[in-house]
Design a protein around this ligand. Structure first.
Ligand code: CND
Ligand code: ZN
Length: 366
C-alpha cells in the first residue's frame, strides 16, 4: 500500500507548489518516517537556482534536514522500530564499498543500497503516473519520507525533533568540518567565512575544539551579531574591509584554519590566502565554479581540503551531537530563526536569499 501525502514539489523554474504525492511503502531494508520538521539548507536553494538556469531532473521534492518518527519498517530492518525518534541522514552508506571499509563513510559509493533509488529506475515517489525525484536523497518537504535503514539514526526521545532536525545537515556539516575534517587544535586561530546555518556551526565546532580566536566573516552585520552568540571572538564585515588583510591582522599573521561556508570561488580564494604557511583552508560550501589558487603557495605547505557532511560517521556522530545539545554545549534553538508551515516554502527560500535567517524550519503537518 502506498501513502498519499502533501509535499512541496519543484517542477522547474517556477515557484514550488504543494501537491498530492504518492509514496511507496517501505521495501526490504527501508524505513517510513513521518516528518516532524525539516530545515531549509542552502543546498536546496542551489538546486532551485540550477533549475532556473537550465534543465534539471524534475519534478523533485527537496528538503534534507529531517527530524521524524518511524511509522513503519520494511523486512530486515533491525536498528529502528515504529515509534522511534530519528534524525534522517541524507547520505546513508553501504558499509561495504572501498570508502566505507576504510572508515570514510561520507564518501560511500552506494549511498542508496536498497532495491530502489532516490533518482533512478525505481523511484519511491509518484504524482499520478509520473515519477518524482527524492531530492538530495531525502525529499523532506513532505509529510513522510522513505529512507534506506542506514539513512535514519535513532536519537533520544527527550530531544525536541523540531529543533534537532538541524543535526540532519547544518549542525553535523559545520561542527564536523571543524572537529572531524580539520581537527582544529586547542589554542589555534580560526576564521569562518559565511555565517549561515552551516558557518555558525563551524564557529561552535571551533569553540568546542578549544580554538583561541574564532574570527567571523560575513557581509551582513546581523549574521556577525549572531556569530557572537555561537562563540565568535572577532568580527569582519567583508563588504566594508578587505577580509584577508583584516583576518590576518587579528590573528597576528598566523591564522591556522580558514573555513569557506558560502560556495563561491572568490571566498575559497580568500580562505586560502588568509591562512599561514602550513595552515589549512577547508571548503565546506558547495562551489559550482572553478577556483584559482596561486601554485607557488604550495611551497609554503598550505593545504586546501574539502569537507563533505562534516566527515561524519553518522550513526556515531549524530546521537553525540544531540547529547551535546541536550547538555547545553551546542546551540541549536538559536539557529532556528523562523518556523513555517509547508505552504510557505517559497517564502522560506526568499528569506535565505535575502540573508534574513540563520535557518528556517518547515512543519509539514501544517
Ligand atoms: P546560508 O545562505 O544560510 O549562509 C550563507 C552566508 O554567507 C550568509 O550569511 C551570507 O550573508 C554569507 N555571504 C554571502 N556572500 C558572502 C561573501 N562574499 N562574503 C562573506 N559572506 C558572504 O547558507 P548555508 O549556511 O545553508 O550553506 C552554506 C554553504 O554550505 C552552501 O553552499 C551549502 O550548499 C553548503 C553545504 C555544504 C555541505 C557539505 O557537506 N559540504 C552540506 N550542507 C550545505
Ligand atoms: Zn544541507
Amino acid at each position: 500500500m502506498a501513502t498519499d501525502m502533501r509535499a512541496a514539489v519543484l517542477r522547474g523554474p517556477e515557484p514550488i507548489t504543494i501537491e498530492q504525492v504518492n509514496l511507496d511503502q517501505p521495501d526490504a531494508g527501508e524505513v517510513l518516517v513521518r516528518v516532524v520538521a525539516c530545515g531549509v539548507c542552502h543546498s536546496d536553494l542551489h538546486t532551485i537556482n540550477r533549475a532556473k538556469g537550465g534543465p534539471l531532473p524534475v519534478p523533485v521534492i527537496l528538503g534534507h534536514e529531517v527530524g521524524g518518527i518511524v511509522e513503519e519498517v520494511g523486512p530486515g530492518v533491525v536498528s529502528v522500530k515504529p515509534g522511534d525518534h530519528v534524525v534522517v541522514a541524507f547520505r546513508p552508506n553501504c558499509g561495504l564499498c572501498y570508502y566505507c571499509i576504510r572508515g570514510m563513510h561520507q564518501l560511500c559509493e552506494r549511498p542508496d543500497n536498497t532495491a530502489r533509488s532516490a533518482t533512478g529506475e525505481r523511484p519511491r515517489l509518484r504524482m499520478g503516473e509520473q515519477p518524482v525525484q527524492q531530492g538530495i536523497g531525502v525529499a523532506g518537504y513532505a509529510e513522510y519520507t522513505v529512507m534506506p535503514e542506514r539513512g535514519v539514526v535513532k536519537v533520544r526521545e527527550d530531544a525536541p525533533l523540531e529543533t534537532i532536525c538541524l543535526v540532519g545537515c547544518g549542525v553535523t556539516t559545520g561542527v564536523g568540518a571543524a572537529i572531524n575534517t580539520a581537527k582544529v587544535q586547542a589554542g589555534s586561530d580560526v576564521a569562518v567565512i559565511g555565517l549561515g546555518g552551516v558557518g555558525l556551526n563551524v564557529v561552535q565546532g571551533a569553540k568546542l575544539a578549544g580554538a583561541r580566536k574564532i574570527i567571523a566573516v560575513d557581509i551582513s552585520d546581523s549574521k556577525l551579531e549572531t556569530a557572537a552568540t555561537f562563540g565568535a571572538t572577532d568580527f569582519v564585515n567583508a563588504s566594508q574591509e578587505d577580509p584577508v588583510a583584516r583576518v590576518q591582522e587579528i590573528a597576528g599573521g598566523y591564522l591556522d584554519y580558514a573555513f569557506e561556508a558560502i560556495g563561491l570561488g572568490a571566498t575559497v580564494r580568500q580562505a586560502f590566502d588568509m591562512v599561514r604557511a602550513g595552515g589549512m583552508a577547508v571548503v565546506v560550501g558547495v562551489v559550482a565554479q572553478e577556483v584559482t589558487i596561486p601554485g607557488i603557495a604550495f611551497l609554503r605547505e598550505k593545504q586546501l581540503v574539502g569537507s563533505f557532511f562534516g566527515s561524519a560517521q553518522l550513526q556515531y556522530d549524530i546521537p553525540r551531537l544531540v547529547d551535546l545539545y541536550m547538555d547545553g554545549k551546542l546551540l541549536i534553538d538559536e539557529l532556528v530563526s523562523k518556523r513555517r508551515p509547508l505552504g510557505e516554502i517559497n517564502e522560506a527560500f526568499a528569506d535565505m536569499e535575502a540573508g534574513a535567517v540563520a535557518r528556517s524550519v518547515m512543519d509539514p503537518s501544517k
